[in-house]
Design a protein around this ligand. Structure first.
Ligand SMILES: [Zn+2]
Length: 146
């Protein structure tokens, strides 16, 4: 565990806020499980921070800065499943270049799917990882994406 933490924080990899590391690690496990190991280095390179995001934003991907910001108040109060879902959502933008999908997708635009996320977990995973091939890619036209 310590070795992995040090590894994530080594110079060639992007900074990860301590509270986000378990969800980064879990996401990497899922990416590997679903045959997306090629994206792991991109996840490792991302900078992932907690920040005080404005409005209703709970997460933001900055595609041109290889950076994700997660709302600090959300992160402190969210359930384990919600944090996993939001991490996967932002990685969907920043790593897989996915656009939003509606309505029953990890890439849906607003809030979280919890508790549906846990009861239909397998379906959401299949949709998310199939989506990395089949769904329309986002056309980056702004500096950030929520
Ligand atoms: Zn989004």
């Amino acid at each position: 565990m310590l070795a992995l933490l040090l590894n994530l924080r080594s110079t060639e990899k992007g900074f990860k806020a301590e509270a986000t590391i378990p969800y980064v690690e879990r996401s990497i496990e899922l990416y590997k499980l679903y045959g997306k190991s090629a994206y792991v280095s991109k996840i490792n390179a991302l900078e992932i921070r907690l920040a005080n995001l404005s409005g209703k934003h709970i997460g933001l991907c900055y595609p041109f800065q290889d950076k994700i910001e997660l709302d600090r108040d959300f992160w402190i109060t969210a359930t384990d499943a919600e944090k996993e879902e939001v991490m996967l959502h932002e990685l969907g933008h920043c790593v897989l270049d996915l656009d939003h999908s509606e309505p029953f997708s990890i890439m849906q635009a607003t809030g979280t799917l919890f508790p549906l996320y846990t009861s239909l977990y397998q379906e959401f995973m299949d949709e998310y990882f199939d989506c990395s091939i089949m769904c329309p890619k986002v056309e980056w036209d702004g500096s950030k994406y929520d």
